[in-house]
Design a protein around this ligand. Structure first.
Ligand SMILES: *Cc1c(COP(=O)(O)O)cnc(C)c1O
Length: 360
């Protein structure tokens, strides 16, 4: 049995909408992008949304919009996709890491506060695997220290925590519609914010150097109907995660990241497990892949990547929690079209591979 790491859910209605665009006058940013932006803003319960061609571009723009550049420090998490940190570098600023919570892998406001220096201009927390960070806490922190707050919400379109959605308490939240995200058009992104004036800047003015990050109408066409299916698909992933948790419980040394609280809605974007410290994650991954099971690493801690080690002199032990998660984590298939029997197969195969773990 082959189980792909991800299968998108682009359907006939999405394809028909894209064909409509191809038969119309506008191919690039036009009426379909506007319709998408309006509908996405409504879904996010926020005033403004702007389509972009990636989340990386959206993060870069959001940082520039708030004047972040050379000499500034931006506090973020080392447990994220590298683009969170490279967007900060692209803006000319320095990413400063704060270690994550061992249970959830999330950046906590207390940890971010301890990393604040006189050069800190912004905080860029990441909603990891679908769970939101404590945005009420981050908003209080940003207000107290007069800092810009930008969310990397690539994993979290559908999330709610303490009654707050991404973008509602910050200066901007950035989303990705990359190939493996909950909603996708291959490559794409968006940025949401509370203030129409801010959003217009992203479109029309040139107050400083600009970058070409616009979404086109073909991307918007592929995305616009997927918004209708977000909640149902989220429910499917939630049930699949529960099944994985049931099937993989009680294995010595194998940990799940903390499940979302009762007052919280996770986007359930990725299903990550932390393998027992004594076994080789790469070897287990290799075995799963050899047996036709797609899996991934989300993520090796950013500060342990060669560029960051070389440029900033980081050592793995500088952020030990993120380093440990990065060495043990493995992401298993989770998407709406995944069948229960496939989850059972993946779980059995993983267990078998762990039973052999003493061999490597
Ligand atoms: C996917 C992802 C990004 C980058 O998104 P792109 O649209 O590929 O630029 C950034 N941050 C996180 C956490 C991601 O998962």
């Amino acid at each position: 049995m082959k189980v792909e790491f991800f299968r998108h859910n682009i359907d006939e209605s999405d394809i028909a909408t894209a064909v409509e665009v191809l038969q119309s006058i506008f191919l690039t940013t036009g009426p379909m992008t506007s319709r998408f932006e309006k509908k996405f803003a409504d879904y996010m319960e926020i005033e403004e949304a702007v389509g972009t061609n990636s989340c990386t571009g959206a993060l870069h723009l959001a940082l520039l919009r708030h004047g972040i550049g050379t000499g500034d420090e931006v506090i973020t998490t080392p447990m994220t996709f590298v683009a969170t940190a490279t967007a900060i570098l692209q803006a000319g600023a320095k990413p400063v890491f704060a270690d994550v919570c061992p249970k959830s892998g999330l950046l906590l406001p207390e940890a971010a506060e301890a990393a604040i220096t006189e050069k800190t201009k912004a905080i860029l927390p990441v909603h990891l695997y679908g769970r939101m960070v404590d945005m009420r806490g981050f908003a209080r922190l940003a207000q107290k220290h007069h800092l810009i707050l930008i969310e990397d919400s690539a994993h979290c379109i559908e999330g709610v925590r303490d009654g707050v959605r991404p973008g509602q308490l910050s200066n901007a939240a950035c989303f990705s519609f990359y190939a493996t995200k909950n909603m996708t058009c291959g490559e794409g992104g968006a940025l949401v914010c509370r203030n129409a004036e801010e959003a217009n800047w992203y479109h029309w003015d040139m107050e400083m150097m600009g970058w070409k990050y616009n979404m086109d109408d073909i991307q918007a066409a592929l995305l616009i109907n997927q918004i209708n299916r977000l909640n149902e698909n989220r429910g499917k992933r939630e049930r699949l995660e529960q099944l994985y948790r049931d099937l993989l419980q009680g294995i010595d040394g194998l940990d799940f990241v903390e499940a979302p609280g009762n007052d919280e809605r996770s986007a359930h974007h990725l299903l990550t497990v932390l393998l027992p410290g004594k076994c080789s994650r790469d070897e287990v991954m290799h075995q799963l892949q050899e047996q036709g099971i797609g899996c991934a690493v989300n993520y090796r801690a950013v500060h342990t990547l060669t560029y960051f080690k070389k440029t900033f002199g980081y050592k793995p032990e500088d952020y030990p929690v993120a380093d440990d998660i990065g060495n043990r984590t493995i992401s298993l298939p989770i998407y709406p079209a995944l069948l229960e029997k496939e989850v059972e197969h993946v779980s059995t195969t993983l267990k078998r591979s762990l039973a052999l773990g003493s061999l490597f």
